[in-house]
Design a protein around this ligand. Structure first.
Ligand SMILES: [Zn+2]
Length: 284
């Protein structure tokens, strides 16, 4: 009984077989999935998707929406998207968080002075919106932990949330924990060469860890060479990640932590629920 704290199930990659993916995830023991939005044009479809699955059933996990403007999609964001976000947050109490928001210093086109200034402005305005609506945030951060922490402090953001797909040092992780954040770990943790990530999972307090897939991206190691239907991956092909693969991340985490498996399962679920103010689901 696990919760996937970060999965882009609304992405077009799942259009052809979304119900089957949900069914497979539930069969794998995933009782809830948080779906962060990334561009305004897809928010209403995301809300429709989560409304269709507003509780856990034998066929599908419960789905929770978050809405945000993702830094990687900077070129698609319009100036009035922030007003739209404000309006959706007012109208839709089922939106659990503002996300996916953040900063990205990995892609060169996002680091020109103009693009960087726009990233920071959108990020900080969304932090302020989250504060105004009393919502936690789901943050994307690549190669810019110091800048993220600076924005959190500059805006006085105090509601916490999840720093997703964490990849950084133990010190950077601890800075987020002090600011009230949980850290999301997914597919990259399952690769034996991810030494720094594995050390972070061992060093951090259990209450600061949450599981995620970030599907359709970041496929876990056991699934990297075959597609969901069993076909072997051909050179150059990409394997689609799935919320049904979350147990592979959980198993790796269990090998790294000293606590008994049932305690870990319960804590990881509770951590997402308290980070995002979710009703606990699924029992057991
Ligand atoms: Zn994401």
């Amino acid at each position: 009984m696990l919760i996937d704290s970060h999965c882009h199930l609304d992405a077009p990659e799942f259009d052809a077989d979304r119900s089957q993916v949900l069914h497979d995830a539930r069969a794998a023991g995933v009782v809830g999935v948080v779906i962060p939005g990334y561009v305004a044009s897809r928010w209403s479809a995301l809300l429709a998707l989560t409304a269709a699955h507003d509780r856990v059933t034998p066929e599908a996990p419960q789905l929770w929406p978050a809405l945000g403007l993702h830094p990687v999609h900077l070129a698609q964001h319009a100036d009035d998207d922030l007003q739209q976000l404000d309006a959706w947050l007012t109208r839709c109490p089922q939106v659990v968080a503002v996300g996916e928001i953040g900063l990205d210093r990995f892609l060169p086109e996002l680091t020109t002075p103009a693009a960087w200034a726009r990233q920071q402005s959108l990020f900080e305005q969304q932090l302020q919106l989250a504060t105004r609506h009393g919502k936690p945030v789901i943050i994307h951060a690549r190669r810019c932990h110091a800048e993220i922490v600076r924005s959190l402090k500059r805006t006085g953001f105090a509601r916490g949330g999840i720093l997703h797909a964490f990849s950084g040092s133990i010190e950077e992780a601890q800075a987020y924990v002090r600011l009230g954040f949980r850290l999301g770990f997914g597919g990259p943790l399952t690769y034996p060469q991810a030494r720094r990530l594995r050390e972070a999972v061992q060093a951090l307090p259990l209450h600061s860890l949450v599981l995620e897939t970030d599907a359709p991206d970041l496929v876990p190691a056991p699934w990297r060479d075959r597609h969901g239907d069993g076909r072997p991956r051909q050179p150059g092909e990409r394997v689609r990640n799935s919320p049904a693969y979350l147990p592979a991340v959980f198993e790796t985490l269990c090998q790294l932590r000293p606590e008994p498996v049932p305690e870990l399962r319960q804590a990881l679920r509770d951590n997402v629920c308290s980070a995002l103010g979710l009703r606990s689901v699924g029992g057991g």
